[in-house]
Design a protein around this ligand. Structure first.
Ligand code: IMP
Ligand code: MG
Length: 182
């Protein structure tokens, strides 16, 4: 049986990871983070726009006191990551001596985080770790330590669960993969 297919703008995508699979994985990730950070009042730094849904579910899967903040960085147009990133909304929290957990929807080239992480490190956090729901290992050009990965996936464009193709697809509960891409 063929997979359910959707269209966003001019492209077709097919079902890749279901909402139920994501829910189950986030339950595990939340439990691991709770075990690691309980009592440290971590600050989750969520990267807008893509990580907004993941962040909402992840922090509710964490059973500990924590804070949540947001930054907005632009680097993507259409299907391609382009040029240098720009900070559109900066961090309003002081991260000095805080346990900081950066929350990303997907690490692709790694460029976005490789620019953000040194900026945060310069403010002397007590600890700094990245949590990402998706990772494309073959696409990562900038080395990053990624101790918390939800799903390692092939280097194909995906949408849904916060991720978009030119603005569309963020509200899809399931994740879809570009059809027919190599
Ligand atoms: P990087 O800087 O190349 O690692 O790109 C990271 C950002 O690009 C992510 O936060 C996403 O917003 C976006 N991105 C990367 N791959 C995809 C994808 O397959 N679908 C949708 N957005 C993506
Ligand atoms: Mg993003």
């Amino acid at each position: 049986m063929s997979k359910p297919t959707i269209t966003a703008h001019d492209l077709q995508f097919e079902l890749f990871i279901t909402a139920e699979q994501i829910r189950e994985r986030i339950r595990e990730m939340g439990a691991a983070l709770t075990e690691q950070y309980n009592g440290q009042m971590p600050l989750f730094v969520s990267i807008l726009n893509g990580a907004f849904i993941f962040t909402a579910d992840l922090v509710r899967a964490c059973e500990m006191d924590c804070e949540v903040s947001f930054v907005k960085i632009a680097s993507y147009h259409g299907l391609q990551s382009v040029g240098k990133t720009r900070t559109l909304i900066g961090l309003e929290h002081d991260v000095t001596d805080r346990a900081v957990i950066v929350v990303e929807d997907i690490v692709d080239s790694g460029r976005t985080l490789s620019e953000l992480i040194p900026n945060l490190e310069a403010q002397s956090p007590r600890s700094l770790e990245i949590v990402t729901l998706f990772h494309k290992p073959t696409a990562t050009a900038y080395p990053l330590r990624l101790p918390h990965i939800g799903f390692s996936i092939p280097d194909k464009f995906i949408i849904g669960y916060g991720l978009d193709y030119d603005g569309l697809g963020r509200n899809l509960p399931d994740v879809y993969q570009l059809k027919g891409s190599s």
